[in-house]
Design a protein around this ligand. Structure first.
Ligand code: HEM
Ligand code: 2DC
Length: 422
């Protein structure tokens, strides 16, 4: 495909994806979103792993992996994420009470944005923002809106050089710069708060300190790199998990049989675990499959991309080194060649398929895969556990919701859900 200034080879076959990722080496590079780079250069802001390359990327990423992705630390994320999940349920209960009808019907987009930001911040900073209460810090809401606007203004600039848009002072570029400004300013404020507390030694030692404190205390990364990466994680943790959860609830509302199966699995796991959340998370195979299934039909990223580092062969074509190859995960997830009856929301397919080889790619693959993957997975598992234990999720029948490209993939119209107390 040739689109604007870019040329890419596009693939959707899992076997081809395997060939691509197996040859990616230790410094994989994806398509660098030009306006994101342009903003940082324009304002002289440091890059985090999202935009770094080569050794700089690798050394940052190895330190971050230990704190964010490794099996040694992810158990520590369960209590802070669980707490936010429980608070979301309380909030829904209040809304149900208010309605006086035993149910609450709404477009949950903004509620889920707040949930997602509250979750990721509790893990990053070990502190609550209070976004699930009635009074919401206007700064936090501004941050949420800025992330959405940042994504929204990115897509029209994908194929037009940002330098040109900057020169003609286009509205899209100005909005984009303003969004990132809000994102960086608010993240910086949050980071400064923790930094100050740490220096004054005011943090008690027993509570979960958060990823930021841990990175600051370790002192393995320069402070500017820590800031840049924490900012990226804070911004990357809002629209991604919230939209996926919205799609998950929508699919469960449309497939009540599956919803009941998940509820049964969750009740059984709760019984068996006797209050031990870590143990409970090991007994919810179908729920984990339901999240995979949601990302199959509704991936956040329309494609994964890699620049080849050596010549590879895909379907008898020679692909030279330095070629941009895109794996169309949205298209792959809906192709009957790879998923029988792709239109069906059937989490169990992931448990009975004879091969899932390079098919579950929602978080990417390899050393450059999503840094927030483990946080996102736990956050979504715990959210769905609590929601399914407490509410029946319903939606109006026959409403078809399509997918819109807004840099990330989002619903093309508001999704209206009803939560009914069980
Ligand atoms: C990268 C998906 C949540 C932070 C990525 C990539 C994908 C992705 C597909 C590119 C991976 C690749 O090229 O192989 C998702 C999905 C999410 C999610 C589906 C939730 C449902 C999050 C969260 C955070 C986050 C919660 C922050 C804590 C990042 C960062 C990168 C990234 C920093 C760039 C990593 C690098 O280049 O080294 N994500 N993401 N994501 N994601 Fe996520
Ligand atoms: C968008 O053609 C379409 O996870 C482009 O949390 C190719 C492309 C490149 C990189 C992808 C992007 C697409 C979609 C959004 C992704 C991004 C890499 C990371 C980012 C998938 C597919 C995302 C949402 C991060 C964002 C973190 C940021 C807010 C600091």
């Amino acid at each position: 495909m040739k689109l604007g200034l870019y040329q890419s080879v596009n693939i959707i076959n899992p076997e081809d994806a395997a060939t691509l990722f197996k040859s990616e080496g230790n410094y994989p590079e994806r398509f660098m979103v030009p306006p994101w780079v342009a903003y940082r250069d324009f304002r002289n802001k440091p890059y985090g792993v999202l935009l770094k390359k080569g050794e700089a990327w690798r050394s940052n990423r190895l330190v971050l992996n230990k704190e964010v992705l490794s099996l040694q630390v992810i158990d520590c994320f369960v209590p802070p994420l669980n707490e936010v999940g429980e608070d979301f349920v309380k909030r829904v209960r209040v809304q149900i009470e208010k309605s006086g009808r035993g149910r609450w019907t709404a477009d949950l987009t903004n509620e889920l944005f707040r949930f997602a930001l509250e979750s990721v911040c509790n893990v990053l900073y070990g502190a609550r923002l209070g976004l699930l209460q009635d009074f919401i810090d206007p700064e936090a809401q501004k941050f949420i809106d800025a992330v959405t606007l940042m994504f929204h203004t990115t897509s029209p600039m994908l194929y037009i050089p940002p330098s040109l848009l900057c020169r003609i002072n286009s509205k899209t570029w100005r909005d984009h710069v303003q969004s990132w400004d809000v994102i960086f300013r608010h993240a910086d404020k949050c980071i400064q708060n923790i930094y100050r507390e740490l220096r004054l030694d005011r943090k008690s030692t027993k509570e979960y300190p958060g990823i930021l404190s841990s990175l600051l205390v370790q002192d393995k990364l320069p402070i500017d790199d820590i800031k840049a990466n924490v900012t990226e994680m804070m911004a990357g943790g809002v629209d991604t998990t919230s939209m996926t959860l919205q799609w998950a609830m929508f699919e469960l509302a449309r497939t009540p049989v599956v919803q009941e199966q998940l509820r049964a699995e969750i009740f059984a796991a709760r019984q068996a675990a006797q209050g031990d959340m870590l143990k409970m998370l090991k007994g919810i195979r179908l729920l984990k499959a339901a999240i995979k299934e949601t990302l199959r039909l509704h991936p956040v990223a329309v494609t994964l991309q890699r620049y080849t580092t050596q010549e590879i062969i895909l379907q008898d074509y020679f692909i030279p080194a330095k070629t941009l190859v895109q794996v169309g995960i949205y298209a792959m997830g809906r192709d009957p060649k790879f998923f029988t009856k792709p239109e069906l929301f059937d989490p169990a397919r992931w448990l009975k398929m004879d091969s899932t080889y390079f098919k579950g790619l929602g978080f990417g693959f390899g050393p450059r895969q999503c840094l927030g993957r483990r946080i996102a997975e736990l956050e979504m598992q715990l959210f769905l556990i609590h929601m399914l234990e407490n509410f029946k999720i319903e939606t109006k029948r026959g409403v078809d919701i399509g997918t819109k490209f807004d840099l990330i993939l989002i619903p093309d119209k508001p999704i209206c859900l009803t939560l009914r107390a069980l």
